[in-house]
Design a protein around this ligand. Structure first.
Ligand SMILES: Cc1cc2nc3c(=O)[nH]c(=O)nc-3n(C[C@H](O)[C@H](O)[C@H](O)COP(=O)(O)OP(=O)(O)OC[C@H]3O[C@@H](n4cnc5c(N)ncnc54)[C@H](O)[C@@H]3O)c2cc1C
Length: 492
């Protein structure tokens, strides 16, 4: 008998699961509360990682899953879920080849070394010409094939509001669409609902208290619904107390506690991509890290020690005139030095002052401290000896007007999540599987794959890799119940 698999979420995890399940012969009910598929892939850099791919071999890069796993352990300080990380990494190279076979539009520079997180030992990171959207493009094609073949039924703009049980077994999801309630039944339910970072109350349950003011840097759909509903059924949820921010996001003047959309603008912090011409000061007006520090982790941890996890990027007219690249970037590389210079005069993201004192006053920073920080930096430029050990010292900051861009640490993905075994079965607080319930993707929490750091590609790639494994396995398993559905409305 054909199995019915209910997949909730159409991000990388849900799409990979649904497609694999349908290709394996299952009937799939695919639910998403949004009107369009893709989830966080719409905003993500879309960097994924995998070892032993054909693209690596063609370029003479020697690599293996074992070597990749050793790197994941090194960068995560050995704090990943060893079994899940091993399972994922073992198959990630195959995922890269699979995307290759599908005609994925790789950026010509990949596999590459990426400097936004701690750098891997060999190039094993890949990304598309349109970043996360390139992944959506190939998966959507496969999805539509399965929809046309009648193996996947789509339920967009449909919100999962509950998990339906028959005895101890999860047999479907309760949904709502346009205010109308319904049930979508299946032999297995897969929660691929992503993280919780857009839900401040839930997010701050997991963040250390001194990080509660960090900005939301992800899209609004990440409200933790799957985690909350599974927890109500007794699922175990990690609480590791780990947090590492993303740097460079700009507070949105129109949306308190949220960052300006990453696709529009952020301050590039990595010296591999932009030589710093400015200094960074905290809310006390003091520098706290050498701005050319190459380790992202070091920069991120230093920011977490600063008051309100806030910093000001301070520069002068000389930087605006001479810095060869804009301090502000976006993934589409739309920020030219000319556009940046114009923004310095008009943008609400930039604070201006005709003197350092005026700038300090507008920032609410102690003027004397800021003056001392700039004077000490300028002395370092003259002597070649910076007090924080910075070695990139392009020019003094001494030409009015002075400027600052305030940036605040941000959370972009959830660190904690549902406990699962290597069959992606959701576990209860006694470590027993909750019958019929599975989870994959960011709903598991990124700590399982990145420990207490960011590890290149180790969110999107496990989401898709383990989703594919799960979908195939669910299609092959024996049906345990007769699926029963009365969805609200059929769509597509
Ligand atoms: C700016 C940014 C850059 C990033 N860059 C990278 C990167 O380069 N590499 C990397 O590995 N990771 C990156 N990440 C993280 C990565 O994008 C995510 O962790 C990953 O895409 C999550 O995939 P997912 O399928 O688990 O969840 P999502 O993509 O978030 O999808 C979840 C889906 O579930 C749906 N949903 C949620 N609740 C319900 C409900 N109640 N009912 C119905 N549907 C529901 C949502 O609408 C959504 O479509 C980045 C994140 C951000 C914000």
């Amino acid at each position: 008998m054909t199995r019915t698999v209910v997949v909730v979420g159409t991000g990388g995890a849900g799409l990979a699961t649904a497609i694999a399940a349908a290709e394996g012969g299952a009937r799939v009910e695919l639910v998403d509360k949004q009107a369009a598929i893709g989830g966080m892939l719409h905003i993500a850099n879309g960097e994924f990682s995998g070892a032993g791919s054909r693209r690596q071999a063609e370029r003479g890069i020697e690599d293996s899953p074992q070597r990749h796993l050793a790197e994941v352990q090194r960068i995560s300080h050995g704090r990943v879920d060893a079994d899940l990380a091993e399972l994922s990494v073992r198959h990630q190279g195959e995922l890269v080849d699979w995307l290759d076979d599908l005609g994925f539009e790789f950026h010509p520079d990949c596999p590459g070394l990426i400097h936004g997180h701690e750098v891997y030992d060999v190039p094993r990171t890949y990304w598309g010409v349109e970043h996360g959207r390139s992944v959506i493009t190939v998966l959507e094609r496969l999805l539509l094939d399965q929809v046309r073949a009648g193996r996947i039924r789509m339920h967009l703009s449909t919100t999962m509001t509950g998990l339906r049980r028959d005895g101890d077994r999860v047999v479907g999801v309760e949904v709502e669409r346009d205010g109308e309630a319904g049930v979508i039944g299946g032999d297995a339910v897969v929660l691929a609902t992503g993280g919780y970072d857009a839900n401040l109350e839930l997010r701050n349950r997991f963040l250390p208290e001194h990080c509660h003011s960090v900005l939301v840097g992800c899209l609004d759909h990440a409200t933790g619904d799957g985690l909350v509903l599974a927890e109500q059924l007794g699922a175990a949820v990690s609480a590791d107390g780990i947090f590492l921010p993303v740097m460079g996001l700009i507070p949105d003047p129109e949306r308190p506690r949220h960052a300006v959309d990453y696709r529009e603008a952020f301050v590039e912090m990595a010296p591999a991509y932009r030589t710093p011409h400015e200094i960074w000061v905290n809310k006390d007006g003091r520098r706290f890290v050498a701005e050319d520090t190459t380790s992202p982790e070091r920069r991120e941890r230093e920011l977490l020690r600063q008051p309100d996890n806030t910093m000001h990027v301070v520069f002068d007219a000389g930087v605006v005139e001479h810095a060869p690249v804009s301090l502000i970037r976006n993934p589409a590389d739309e920020w030219t030095p000319e556009r940046f210079a114009a923004a310095c005069e008009t943008s609400p993201w930039v604070t201006r002052g005709d003197s350092l004192e005026e700038l300090a006053e507008r920032l609410g920073v102690d003027a004397e401290a800021l003056g001392q920080s700039v004077a000490a930096y300028n002395a370092g430029v003259e002597s070649g000896q910076d007090e924080l050990g910075r070695t990139t010292l392009p020019r003094r900051l001494d030409r009015a007007p002075y400027y600052a861009i305030t940036t605040v640490a941000a959370s972009i993905l959830s660190r904690d999540g549902l406990a699962v075994d290597t069959g992606m079965r959701v576990l209860d607080t006694d470590g027993q599987p909750i019958s019929g319930l599975h989870a994959v993707g960011e709903v598991l929490g990124n700590n399982k794959f990145a420990g207490d750091n960011y590890v290149g590609g180790m969110s999107i790639t496990p989401a898709m890799t383990l989703g594919r494994l799960l979908g195939s396995r669910l299609a092959a398993a024996q049906p345990e119940t007769q699926a029963e559905s009365h969805p609200v409305k059929e769509s597509r």
